[in-house]
Design a protein around this ligand. Structure first.
Ligand SMILES: Nc1ncnc2c1ncn2[C@@H]1O[C@H](COP(=O)(O)OP(=O)(O)OP(=O)(O)O)[C@@H](O)[C@H]1O
Ligand SMILES: [Mg+2]
Length: 276
Protein backbone atom coordinates (compact mmCIF):
# COMPACT_ATOMS: atom_id res chain seq x y z
CA UNK A 1 0.00 0.00 0.00
CA UNK A 2 1.42 3.35 -1.02
CA UNK A 3 1.86 6.37 1.20
CA UNK A 4 -1.22 7.87 -0.43
CA UNK A 5 -3.34 5.09 1.02
CA UNK A 6 -5.01 7.40 3.54
CA UNK A 7 -5.99 9.80 0.79
CA UNK A 8 -8.19 7.38 -1.06
CA UNK A 9 -11.34 7.59 1.07
CA UNK A 10 -11.24 11.36 0.79
CA UNK A 11 -10.67 11.00 -2.92
CA UNK A 12 -13.69 8.78 -3.33
CA UNK A 13 -15.84 11.00 -1.13
CA UNK A 14 -14.69 14.11 -2.93
CA UNK A 15 -15.35 12.70 -6.39
CA UNK A 16 -18.04 10.12 -5.47
CA UNK A 17 -17.63 7.74 -8.40
CA UNK A 18 -21.31 7.74 -9.36
CA UNK A 19 -23.53 4.88 -10.41
CA UNK A 20 -23.47 4.70 -14.17
CA UNK A 21 -19.82 5.71 -14.17
CA UNK A 22 -17.98 5.51 -17.48
CA UNK A 23 -14.43 4.52 -18.28
CA UNK A 24 -13.15 6.91 -20.93
CA UNK A 25 -9.94 6.36 -22.85
CA UNK A 26 -8.95 9.51 -24.71
CA UNK A 27 -6.22 9.56 -27.36
CA UNK A 28 -4.14 7.10 -25.34
CA UNK A 29 -0.52 6.60 -26.34
CA UNK A 30 1.49 3.97 -24.49
CA UNK A 31 5.14 2.95 -24.75
CA UNK A 32 6.59 -0.34 -23.61
CA UNK A 33 10.36 -0.27 -23.20
CA UNK A 34 10.43 2.98 -25.18
CA UNK A 35 8.60 1.38 -28.10
CA UNK A 36 5.27 2.98 -29.02
CA UNK A 37 2.59 0.28 -28.77
CA UNK A 38 -0.68 2.20 -28.41
CA UNK A 39 -0.95 5.08 -30.85
CA UNK A 40 -4.06 7.04 -29.97
CA UNK A 41 -6.81 4.82 -28.58
CA UNK A 42 -10.29 6.26 -27.96
CA UNK A 43 -12.93 4.18 -26.20
CA UNK A 44 -15.80 4.73 -23.77
CA UNK A 45 -17.25 1.86 -21.71
CA UNK A 46 -20.26 2.74 -19.55
CA UNK A 47 -21.72 0.70 -16.72
CA UNK A 48 -24.32 -1.69 -18.08
CA UNK A 49 -22.61 -1.95 -21.48
CA UNK A 50 -20.72 -4.88 -22.97
CA UNK A 51 -17.91 -4.08 -25.39
CA UNK A 52 -15.80 -6.66 -27.19
CA UNK A 53 -12.24 -5.83 -28.22
CA UNK A 54 -10.77 -8.02 -30.93
CA UNK A 55 -7.66 -7.82 -33.07
CA UNK A 56 -4.63 -9.77 -34.26
CA UNK A 57 -1.90 -11.03 -31.91
CA UNK A 58 0.40 -8.24 -30.78
CA UNK A 59 -1.96 -5.44 -31.81
CA UNK A 60 -2.00 -3.95 -28.29
CA UNK A 61 -5.13 -5.30 -26.58
CA UNK A 62 -3.41 -6.49 -23.40
CA UNK A 63 -1.29 -3.34 -23.44
CA UNK A 64 -4.50 -1.33 -23.28
CA UNK A 65 -5.82 -3.31 -20.31
CA UNK A 66 -2.47 -3.13 -18.51
CA UNK A 67 -2.32 0.63 -19.05
CA UNK A 68 -5.88 1.03 -17.73
CA UNK A 69 -4.95 -0.85 -14.56
CA UNK A 70 -1.71 1.13 -14.14
CA UNK A 71 0.93 -1.54 -14.72
CA UNK A 72 4.27 0.24 -14.21
CA UNK A 73 5.88 -1.23 -17.36
CA UNK A 74 3.33 0.57 -19.54
CA UNK A 75 4.24 4.22 -19.91
CA UNK A 76 1.46 6.57 -20.90
CA UNK A 77 3.08 9.20 -23.11
CA UNK A 78 -0.09 11.05 -24.13
CA UNK A 79 -3.83 10.97 -23.59
CA UNK A 80 -6.08 10.39 -20.61
CA UNK A 81 -7.83 7.63 -18.73
CA UNK A 82 -10.93 8.95 -16.98
CA UNK A 83 -13.11 6.90 -14.65
CA UNK A 84 -16.31 8.40 -13.30
CA UNK A 85 -15.06 11.82 -14.36
CA UNK A 86 -11.78 11.43 -12.45
CA UNK A 87 -8.41 11.24 -14.21
CA UNK A 88 -6.88 8.06 -12.78
CA UNK A 89 -3.49 8.20 -14.53
CA UNK A 90 -1.62 9.17 -11.36
CA UNK A 91 -3.28 6.49 -9.25
CA UNK A 92 -1.62 3.27 -8.16
CA UNK A 93 -3.11 -0.01 -9.46
CA UNK A 94 -4.63 -0.83 -6.06
CA UNK A 95 -6.30 2.57 -5.89
CA UNK A 96 -7.81 2.00 -9.32
CA UNK A 97 -9.18 -1.36 -8.28
CA UNK A 98 -10.63 0.02 -5.05
CA UNK A 99 -12.42 2.67 -7.09
CA UNK A 100 -14.24 -0.13 -8.94
CA UNK A 101 -12.09 -1.11 -11.92
CA UNK A 102 -11.31 -4.77 -12.29
CA UNK A 103 -9.12 -6.74 -14.61
CA UNK A 104 -9.21 -10.48 -15.22
CA UNK A 105 -5.71 -11.19 -16.46
CA UNK A 106 -4.75 -13.08 -19.60
CA UNK A 107 -2.11 -14.87 -17.49
CA UNK A 108 -3.17 -14.84 -13.81
CA UNK A 109 -0.25 -15.21 -11.40
CA UNK A 110 -0.04 -17.70 -8.56
CA UNK A 111 0.24 -16.49 -4.97
CA UNK A 112 1.50 -19.47 -2.95
CA UNK A 113 0.71 -19.11 0.76
CA UNK A 114 -2.40 -16.96 0.23
CA UNK A 115 -5.68 -18.84 0.05
CA UNK A 116 -8.42 -17.85 -2.33
CA UNK A 117 -10.67 -17.02 0.65
CA UNK A 118 -8.11 -14.78 2.36
CA UNK A 119 -7.21 -13.03 -0.82
CA UNK A 120 -10.85 -12.32 -1.63
CA UNK A 121 -11.71 -11.14 1.88
CA UNK A 122 -8.76 -8.72 1.96
CA UNK A 123 -9.59 -7.37 -1.48
CA UNK A 124 -13.25 -6.96 -0.59
CA UNK A 125 -12.46 -5.19 2.67
CA UNK A 126 -10.06 -2.81 0.92
CA UNK A 127 -12.77 -1.97 -1.56
CA UNK A 128 -15.37 -1.43 1.19
CA UNK A 129 -12.99 0.83 3.12
CA UNK A 130 -12.43 2.92 0.00
CA UNK A 131 -16.18 3.54 -0.17
CA UNK A 132 -16.53 4.08 3.57
CA UNK A 133 -13.44 4.74 5.72
CA UNK A 134 -15.34 3.67 8.87
CA UNK A 135 -16.12 0.22 7.44
CA UNK A 136 -14.98 -2.45 9.90
CA UNK A 137 -14.73 -5.16 7.25
CA UNK A 138 -17.19 -7.87 6.34
CA UNK A 139 -17.83 -10.31 9.23
CA UNK A 140 -16.37 -13.73 8.46
CA UNK A 141 -19.69 -15.63 8.46
CA UNK A 142 -21.20 -13.09 6.04
CA UNK A 143 -18.12 -13.34 3.85
CA UNK A 144 -18.30 -17.16 3.80
CA UNK A 145 -21.93 -17.00 2.77
CA UNK A 146 -21.15 -14.52 -0.01
CA UNK A 147 -18.21 -16.53 -1.29
CA UNK A 148 -20.14 -19.80 -1.31
CA UNK A 149 -23.04 -18.16 -3.11
CA UNK A 150 -20.68 -16.88 -5.83
CA UNK A 151 -18.80 -20.19 -6.06
CA UNK A 152 -22.10 -21.99 -6.52
CA UNK A 153 -23.05 -19.53 -9.24
CA UNK A 154 -19.80 -20.41 -11.04
CA UNK A 155 -20.20 -24.10 -10.14
CA UNK A 156 -16.87 -24.19 -8.37
CA UNK A 157 -16.00 -26.84 -5.82
CA UNK A 158 -16.01 -25.26 -2.33
CA UNK A 159 -12.56 -26.71 -1.60
CA UNK A 160 -11.18 -24.00 -3.90
CA UNK A 161 -11.63 -21.44 -1.14
CA UNK A 162 -8.93 -23.14 0.91
CA UNK A 163 -6.41 -23.55 -1.92
CA UNK A 164 -3.54 -21.16 -2.58
CA UNK A 165 -4.53 -18.65 -5.25
CA UNK A 166 -3.80 -20.02 -8.73
CA UNK A 167 -1.13 -22.34 -7.31
CA UNK A 168 -1.39 -25.49 -9.41
CA UNK A 169 -4.75 -24.39 -10.82
CA UNK A 170 -5.51 -25.68 -14.30
CA UNK A 171 -5.94 -23.08 -17.05
CA UNK A 172 -9.71 -23.21 -16.75
CA UNK A 173 -9.61 -23.09 -12.94
CA UNK A 174 -7.52 -19.91 -13.07
CA UNK A 175 -10.07 -18.28 -15.33
CA UNK A 176 -12.91 -19.28 -13.02
CA UNK A 177 -10.98 -17.91 -10.04
CA UNK A 178 -10.67 -14.57 -11.88
CA UNK A 179 -14.42 -14.43 -12.46
CA UNK A 180 -15.00 -15.41 -8.81
CA UNK A 181 -12.96 -12.35 -7.77
CA UNK A 182 -15.06 -10.25 -10.07
CA UNK A 183 -18.28 -11.67 -8.61
CA UNK A 184 -17.20 -10.98 -5.03
CA UNK A 185 -15.75 -7.51 -5.62
CA UNK A 186 -18.62 -6.27 -7.82
CA UNK A 187 -16.61 -3.70 -9.79
CA UNK A 188 -18.30 -1.02 -11.87
CA UNK A 189 -16.14 -1.78 -14.89
CA UNK A 190 -14.36 -5.07 -15.63
CA UNK A 191 -11.85 -5.90 -18.32
CA UNK A 192 -11.64 -9.58 -19.21
CA UNK A 193 -8.52 -10.39 -21.18
CA UNK A 194 -9.09 -13.67 -23.02
CA UNK A 195 -11.05 -15.16 -20.13
CA UNK A 196 -12.46 -17.60 -22.70
CA UNK A 197 -9.11 -19.09 -23.66
CA UNK A 198 -8.55 -22.46 -22.06
CA UNK A 199 -12.12 -22.90 -20.88
CA UNK A 200 -13.87 -26.07 -21.93
CA UNK A 201 -17.28 -25.73 -23.54
CA UNK A 202 -19.27 -26.21 -20.32
CA UNK A 203 -16.99 -23.92 -18.33
CA UNK A 204 -17.32 -21.22 -20.98
CA UNK A 205 -21.09 -21.32 -20.57
CA UNK A 206 -20.98 -21.31 -16.76
CA UNK A 207 -18.46 -18.47 -16.60
CA UNK A 208 -20.41 -16.45 -19.16
CA UNK A 209 -23.64 -16.95 -17.21
CA UNK A 210 -21.79 -15.68 -14.15
CA UNK A 211 -20.66 -12.58 -16.02
CA UNK A 212 -24.19 -12.03 -17.33
CA UNK A 213 -25.56 -12.12 -13.79
CA UNK A 214 -23.10 -9.38 -12.84
CA UNK A 215 -23.82 -7.48 -16.01
CA UNK A 216 -27.52 -7.38 -15.24
CA UNK A 217 -26.64 -5.68 -11.95
CA UNK A 218 -25.03 -2.81 -13.85
CA UNK A 219 -21.49 -3.96 -14.55
CA UNK A 220 -19.74 -2.54 -17.61
CA UNK A 221 -17.49 -5.07 -19.38
CA UNK A 222 -14.72 -4.95 -21.92
CA UNK A 223 -14.28 -8.49 -23.23
CA UNK A 224 -11.00 -9.05 -25.06
CA UNK A 225 -11.23 -12.12 -27.23
CA UNK A 226 -10.10 -13.72 -30.48
CA UNK A 227 -13.25 -15.70 -31.03
CA UNK A 228 -16.88 -15.03 -31.65
CA UNK A 229 -17.77 -18.04 -29.45
CA UNK A 230 -17.83 -16.28 -26.05
CA UNK A 231 -19.86 -13.47 -27.63
CA UNK A 232 -22.71 -15.94 -28.16
CA UNK A 233 -23.05 -16.01 -24.36
CA UNK A 234 -21.86 -12.56 -23.29
CA UNK A 235 -23.58 -10.47 -25.91
CA UNK A 236 -21.79 -7.24 -26.73
CA UNK A 237 -23.58 -4.12 -27.94
CA UNK A 238 -20.29 -2.85 -29.35
CA UNK A 239 -17.39 -4.60 -31.08
CA UNK A 240 -14.05 -2.84 -31.65
CA UNK A 241 -11.07 -4.01 -33.64
CA UNK A 242 -7.55 -3.03 -32.72
CA UNK A 243 -4.73 -3.11 -35.22
CA UNK A 244 -1.25 -1.79 -34.70
CA UNK A 245 -2.13 0.14 -31.55
CA UNK A 246 -5.31 1.81 -32.73
CA UNK A 247 -8.99 0.98 -32.85
CA UNK A 248 -9.51 0.86 -36.59
CA UNK A 249 -13.12 -0.31 -36.74
CA UNK A 250 -16.11 -0.26 -34.39
CA UNK A 251 -19.54 -1.70 -34.93
CA UNK A 252 -22.26 -3.92 -33.53
CA UNK A 253 -22.22 -7.69 -32.89
CA UNK A 254 -22.22 -8.34 -36.65
CA UNK A 255 -18.65 -7.13 -36.84
CA UNK A 256 -17.46 -10.13 -34.78
CA UNK A 257 -19.35 -12.51 -37.09
CA UNK A 258 -17.84 -10.81 -40.11
CA UNK A 259 -14.34 -11.25 -38.66
CA UNK A 260 -14.95 -14.92 -37.92
CA UNK A 261 -15.79 -15.42 -41.56
CA UNK A 262 -13.35 -13.08 -43.29
CA UNK A 263 -10.39 -12.65 -40.93
CA UNK A 264 -8.46 -9.38 -40.78
CA UNK A 265 -7.17 -9.00 -44.36
CA UNK A 266 -10.05 -6.78 -45.52
CA UNK A 267 -9.27 -4.41 -42.66
CA UNK A 268 -5.56 -4.36 -43.47
CA UNK A 269 -6.45 -3.52 -47.07
CA UNK A 270 -8.83 -0.82 -45.91
CA UNK A 271 -6.06 0.62 -43.71
CA UNK A 272 -3.60 0.56 -46.60
CA UNK A 273 -6.21 2.23 -48.77
CA UNK A 274 -6.28 5.00 -46.19
CA UNK A 275 -2.68 5.73 -47.10
CA UNK A 276 -1.09 3.89 -44.17
N1 LIG B 1 5.81 -6.12 -20.91
C1 LIG B 1 6.19 -6.09 -22.20
N2 LIG B 1 7.50 -6.14 -22.54
C2 LIG B 1 7.90 -6.10 -23.83
N3 LIG B 1 7.05 -5.99 -24.87
C3 LIG B 1 5.74 -5.92 -24.60
C4 LIG B 1 5.24 -5.97 -23.26
N4 LIG B 1 3.90 -5.88 -23.29
C5 LIG B 1 3.59 -5.78 -24.60
N5 LIG B 1 4.68 -5.81 -25.37
C6 LIG B 1 4.71 -5.76 -26.85
O1 LIG B 1 3.65 -4.91 -27.27
C7 LIG B 1 3.00 -5.45 -28.42
C8 LIG B 1 1.52 -5.61 -28.11
O2 LIG B 1 1.36 -6.66 -27.17
P1 LIG B 1 -0.02 -7.01 -26.48
O3 LIG B 1 0.25 -8.03 -25.46
O4 LIG B 1 -0.67 -5.77 -26.06
O5 LIG B 1 -0.82 -7.64 -27.72
P2 LIG B 1 -2.25 -8.35 -27.74
O6 LIG B 1 -3.07 -7.60 -28.72
O7 LIG B 1 -2.77 -8.51 -26.37
O8 LIG B 1 -1.87 -9.76 -28.37
P3 LIG B 1 -2.50 -11.25 -28.08
O9 LIG B 1 -3.72 -11.33 -28.92
O10 LIG B 1 -1.42 -12.15 -28.60
O11 LIG B 1 -2.74 -11.40 -26.61
C9 LIG B 1 3.72 -6.76 -28.74
O12 LIG B 1 4.65 -6.50 -29.76
C10 LIG B 1 4.40 -7.11 -27.44
O13 LIG B 1 5.57 -7.85 -27.67
MG1 LIG C 1 -3.18 -10.11 -25.15
Amino acid sequence: MGSRDWELPQLVRRYRIPMGAALEIRNLHVNVEDQPILKGVNLIVRQGEVHALMGPNGSGKSTLSNAIMGHPAYEVTAGQIIFGGVDILDMEPDERSRLGLFMAFQYPIAIPGVTVANFLRNALNARRRAANPEDKGIPIPAFRKLMIEKMDMLRMDHEFAGRYLNDGFSGGEKKRAEVLQMAVLEPQIAIMDETDSGLDIDALRVVSEGVNTLYSSNLGVLVITHYQRILNYIKPQFVHIMMDGQIVESGGPDLALHLEEHGYDWLREKQNGNGK
